[in-house]
Design a protein around this ligand. Structure first.
Ligand SMILES: Cc1ncc(COP(=O)(O)O)c(C=O)c1O
Length: 501
C-alpha cells in the first residue's frame, strides 16, 4: 500500500543539511502547503484516497497521465527531489514557455548523486531518462490494469487492451501515421529493422539485387541487411558522406540501378549527430520505384517527425531513447506494405485460425505481434510521447539547437579537442577526440566528475573508421540539459587537456 507519495529526501541534501531558505527556496512548511494545494490526496498526513468504486480507503490512486489526454504540466518543485539551488537550471532557461528547472524536476533521477557529485546526464543518445508521468504510468498499469491483451473476456483484459491500444493511437498521432493499425509494437529499433528486412524485403530479393544503406548507419541498420544479403545473395551499396559527416546526395543518387530493391537509412546519426536529408532521399528512391525504411532511433526525440509528410514507407524507433521504457519500440509501415509483408515471427495472438494444415493470420498490426508483448512498456511509451507532445517537439528542437550551438562553441575552445561530425544540420551530439588522451580515460575522468557520456565506437564502427578512428567521446544533449552542465563538461575537459589531475 502506498499512500504518501512524497519522495524520500535526497541523500546529498541530508548530508549537507542545507537550509533551502538560504537559497531563496521555499522551506519545508511552504513546500508542504504547496504540495497539499497541488495534490491534496498525497500531502503528508492526508488520509488515503478512496478507490474509483468508492470502496476502501487504501487504494493507490496516483496522478496518472491518461493516454488520450494531453499532459497538464505542473511546474514547480513540490513533491519532487530536492536539489540544492546551485545545481538547478537558471529559471530563465525555457523550452517553449516551460522553465527548464520545472522540466528537470519531472525527472527524479536528475537529482541523483554519483561519485559524490550531482549527476550530469549527457548520454542521451544511448538512452534518455524517464519523467514522472512515464514512471507513474508503468506503476499504474501493474497496480490496476495488468492482464494479457485481446484474449480474456474479463475487466482487466479490457483495461490492458485499452491501455495498449490507446498507446498505439497516441504514438500514431505523434508521428503523423494516418492509422494506428500502421503502428506495430516491437522491442525497439533493432527488432523493427529486422522485421522490415525479414518480413517485407526478403520476399522480393534475388541474387544480385541491391540494398542501399549509408555510411552513417548504426550497426542495427547494417547487420540485419548483411544477414539478409547472406541468405539471398543480395548486395549492399553504401551512400558516401563528406568530411563534415553529411550525406553526399549525388553519390547516393548514383547508387541506384535497375537492381536496387530497397533503401534503409538513419534519420539522425547516433555517432555524429548529422541529420540526413531523408525527405530528398525518399523522393529520389521513390523516383526509382524503390521503398525506404527510415531508422528514427535518434530523430524522434529531437525533431518533429511526420511520416506522412516524409512519405516514409517504414519508420522505426525505440521507446527508451524518447523518454519511454526499455524493451518497447515501434515499426510504422504503410498499410499496404504491412499487408504485403510476411509475419516476422509465429505464435499466439497473431492468428485468426490455426489447423495443422495451415494458419490464417490476423491483419496488421496483430500479424506482427506474436506472443505476449511488453504491454506495460507500450503504455509507458504512450505516456512518454504524450509528455513530450505537451512540451512541444518544435520547442524541444529549438532549445536543443541553442544548447548544441553553445556546446559546440564551448568545446571548440578546449585545447586539443577535435569535434567529429560538423554537419550544418545536426541534432544534439558532440562527438570528439582529445589530443593525447585515450577516449576511455576521458570518459572515466568525466564520470568521476559526475558527468555521464559515452566513450567508444557507439555501435557505428564504419562511420568512425571513415574518420580514421576507433572511437570518440560522445556527450549527447536533451531538453533537460543546461548551459551550466555544458560549462561543467567544458571545465573538466579543459582540466584534462591542461594536464590537471
Ligand atoms: C541510429 C540508431 N539506430 C538503431 C539503434 C538501436 O536501438 P535499440 O538498441 O534501442 O534497438 C540505435 C541505438 O543506439 C541508434 O542510435
Amino acid at each position: 500500500m502506498i499512500t504518501d507519495r512524497t519522495p524520500a529526501p535526497n541523500q546529498f541534501h541530508n548530508e549537507l543539511e542545507l537550509d533551502p531558505k538560504a537559497y531563496g527556496l521555499p522551506g519545508a512548511e511552504e513546500l508542504a502547503a504547496l504540495l497539499a494545494a497541488l495534490h491534496p490526496d498525497c500531502a503528508p498526513g492526508t488520509a488515503p484516497r478512496q478507490g474509483p468504486d468508492g470502496s476502501g480507503g487504501d487504494v493507490y490512486a496516483p496522478r496518472v497521465v491518461p493516454q488520450t489526454a494531453s499532459v497538464a504540466h505542473v511546474p514547480g518543485t513540490a513533491g519532487l527531489p530536492q536539489i540544492p539551488a546551485a545545481w538547478q537550471a537558471p529559471s530563465f532557461a525555457r523550452v517553449g514557455n516551460l522553465s527548464v528547472e520545472a522540466l528537470r524536476a519531472d525527472f527524479p533521477i536528475l537529482g541523483e548523486e554519483v561519485n559524490g557529485r550531482r549527476l550530469v546526464w549527457l548520454d542521451n543518445a544511448a538512452t534518455t531518462q524517464k519523467p514522472r508521468p512515464v514512471i507513474e504510468r508503468l506503476e499504474y498499469y501493474y497496480r490496476h490494469e495488468n492482464s494479457n491483451v485481446h484474449r480474456g473476456a474479463h475487466t482487466l483484459a479490457q483495461r490492458a487492451t485499452d491501455a495498449y491500444e490507446s498507446a498505439r493511437a497516441a504514438i500514431a498521432r505523434f508521428i503523423g501515421a494516418p492509422d494506428s493499425a500502421e503502428v506495430v509494437f516491437v522491442r525497439g529499433a533493432t527488432e523493427g529493422i529486422n522485421l522490415v528486412a525479414q518480413g517485407y524485403v526478403k520476399q522480393f530479393l534475388r541474387p544480385g539485387d541491391e540494398i542501399i544503406l549509408t555510411m552513417l548507419e548504426h550497426h542495427a541498420n547494417i547487420v540485419p541487411w548483411q544477414l539478409l544479403a547472406e541468405e539471398t545473395g543480395a548486395v549492399l551499396r553504401v551512400a558516401p558522406i563528406d568530411a563534415d559527416g553529411q550525406i553526399i546526395l549525388s553519390g547516393y543518387a548514383d547508387l541506384f540501378t535497375p537492381r536496387t530493391r530497397f533503401v534503409s537509412a538513419s534519420h539522425v546519426s547516433n555517432a555524429l549527430g548529422t541529420v540526413a536529408p531523408v525527405a530528398e532521399m525518399i523522393a529520389l528512391a521513390h523516383g526509382h520505384g524503390v521503398r525506404v525504411c527510415i531508422d528514427g532511433a535518434q530523430s524522434v526525440s529531437h525533431l518533429p517527425v511526420d511520416v506522412r509528410a516524409l512519405d516514409a514507407d517504414f519508420f522505426v524507433f525505440s521507446g527508451h531513447k524518447i523518454y519511454g521504457p526499455t524493451g518497447i519500440g515501434i515499426v510504422y509501415g504503410k498499410s499496404e506494405l504491412l499487408e504485403a509483408a510476411r509475419p516476422y515471427q509465429g505464435g499466439g495472438n497473431m492468428i485468426a485460425d490455426v489447423t495443422f494444415a495451415e494458419t490464417v493470420y490476423r491483419k496488421a498490426p496483430a500479424k506482427f505481434e506474436a506472443g505476449t508483448g511488453n504491454i506495460a512498456g507500450a503504455a509507458g511509451l504512450g505516456a512518454a510521447v504524450e509528455y513530450i507532445s505537451a512540451i512541444g517537439m518544435r520547442h524541444i528542437a529549438a532549445y536543443e539547437q541553442d544548447l548544441l550551438a553553445y556546446g559546440t562553441r564551448a568545446l571548440s575552445a578546449v585545447p586539443g579537442l577535435r569535434l567529429i561530425g560538423t554537419a550544418a544540420h545536426k541534432a544534439s551530439v558532440l562527438s570528439f577526440i582529445l589530443n593525447g588522451h585515450a577516449i576511455e580515460d576521458v570518459g572515466r575522468r568525466l564520470s568521476a566528475a559526475g558527468i555521464a557520456v559515452r566513450a567508444g565506437h557507439h555501435c557505428a564502427q564504419p562511420v568512425l573508421r571513415h574518420f580514421g578512428l576507433e572511437g570518440t567521446v560522445r556527450p549527447s544533449l536533451a531538453f533537460y540539459n543546461t548551459r551550466e552542465e555544458v560549462d561543467l563538461l567544458t571545465d573538466v575537459l579543459s582540466d584534462i587537456a591542461g594536464g590537471k589531475t
